[in-house]
Design a protein around this ligand. Structure first.
Ligand SMILES: C[S@@+](CC[C@H](N)C(=O)[O-])C[C@H]1O[C@@H](n2cnc3c(N)ncnc32)[C@H](O)[C@@H]1O
Length: 405
């Protein structure tokens, strides 16, 4: 077994939302992970227990960190049962522990992932019962050990989930507005935007404030897990409390000041109240300015920066004139956001075109199940776009991005 700094090197797998694999790989590299490999909605990497703890605590775009324990091929259901039963589960947990099993399957051998989880659970329970007369019980909500199974064709990967609850649960989201973004997606959007963290950050349709809070945490290097108390690995037999404290202290030492503005606004007072509660929970009340206002009446501070927003899509929130809203957004960008980079995520591609600017960059991201475009616009100063602000006609077709979105 190879070692580093006195700890064995282990293989791990960080799961990410689709489209954020490269961003996550970069985060892992900065934490000292090695042998990084991009996969579909996941990144494989190597490191010691230190990197395992650090990835859970610091990666903003990881959903969970898995530690593979077994890999085998199967012929059929009985083979799956036999091979799951052959794993020495008692090396990891005992009768008094609770377990849960999550499965994903892409195979003709099984049609239901739930059935796979049940058979795997039978195998584990039967092994314990035959050896000890007792068995661990299942707890779906809050198990001591989460076991993750992935079946692709005839190949089975069995892992322990070191995170426990998904890492998007950062611990600061205490109040919900309509259609909040996942914290992991919000952080990914900010990292993808290339915001330099040394300029203003604006979200003029901020809802419960997810983008604002993630931006402040990124700007000040506050660890993603600062407000979260529990991780799966804390219940493992080999949990190293001293190493965990070291990892947290190292992360806190990297915090830094931020001297620019982070501003959020929303037309809905109710939604903004949720943002106030979340900011308070995140300890960021003094860092972020909030205002109840339609974005049409907001003017960003001079000096430039980055605007990122998640407008209503019509799918999750009803807005009477969704096209008009995106047209207004385009007008606001052209008229008021000179010197800014602006990024908009939406699943409504028609509406997005109504912004009427050619995106400098765009990504495909998923907000839950909804396929979205995440489009970035450069409102650089003194550009030809200034002409449109002075009312010299419409934007030429090749600059509207109509074909591109
Ligand atoms: C999809 S939600 C944003 C969710 C937010 N990203 C979060 O994580 O909670 C869209 C928000 O746009 C707001 N909104 C709609 N029309 C607006 C307008 N004209 N000006 C400002 N905010 C508006 C809604 O009140 C809603 O909070």
């Amino acid at each position: 077994m190879s070692m580093h700094d006195g700890y064995p090197i282990i293989k791990m797998l960080a799961k990410s939302p689709a489209g954020l694999e490269e961003t996550l790989a970069q985060e892992l590299e900065e934490l000292g992970a090695t042998n990084i490999e991009l996969l579909n909605r996941a990144v494989a990497f190597e490191g010691t227990k230190r990197e395992l703890y650090a990835a859970n605590y610091q990666c903003r775009t990881a959903l969970r960190i898995l530690v593979p324990i077994a890999h085998f091929t199967i012929l059929n259901e009985q083979d799956l049962y036999t091979k799951m039963k052959a794993i020495r589960w008692e090396n990891y947990f005992g009768n008094s522990h609770t377990i849960s099993i999550d499965s994903t399957v892409a195979t003709s051998l099984f049609t239901h992932s739930h059935f796979v989880s049940l058979r795997a659970k039978d195998a584990i329970v039967d092994r314990f019962r035959e050896k000890t007369g007792e068995r661990p019980s299942v707890n779906i909500e809050n198990p001591d050990f989460r076991i993750n199974m992935h079946i692709y064709k005839d190949e089975v990967d069995v892992s322990f989930d070191s995170s426990g609850a998904s890492l998007h649960k950062r611990g600061y989201h205490v109040s919900n507005a309509e259609a909040p973004l996942s914290e992991v997606l919000a952080a990914g959007m900010i990292l993808l935007s290339g915001w330099d963290r040394q300029s203003n950050f604006i979200d003029p349709m901020c809802g419960s404030g997810t983008l604002l809070i993630e931006a402040a945490m990124i700007a000040m290097n506050i660890p993603a897990g600062q407000h979260r108390d529990e991780y799966g690995f804390m219940r493992w037999k080999d949990f190293d409390q001293d190493l965990w404290e070291e990892v947290k202290n190292d992360a806190h030492e990297q915090q830094r000041d931020f001297e620019y503005k982070i501003i959020g606004s929303d037309i809905s007072e109710r939604n903004l109240k949720a943002a106030v509660a979340n900011l308070r929970q995140a300890g960021l009340t003094d860092m972020i300015e909030l205002k109840v206002s339609p974005f049409q009446e907001m003017t960003p501070p001079a000096g430039g920066g980055t605007m990122i927003t998640n407008p209503p899509y019509g799918e999750r929130i009803e807005v009477e004139d969704i096209i008009g809203l995106y047209q207004d957004l385009g007008d606001a960008l052209k008229q008021k956001y000179k010197g800014y980079k602006a990024w908009v995520i939406s699943s409504d591609f028609m509406a997005l075109k109504k912004i009427g600017l050619k995106p400098m960059k765009k990504y495909i991201l998923f907000n839950g199940q909804l396929e979205c475009r995440y489009a970035g616009f450069d409102l650089y100063e003194g550009s030809k776009r200034a002409r449109y602000q002075q009312g010299e006609g419409t934007i030429p077709a090749d600059e509207t991005g109509e074909k591109d979105l």
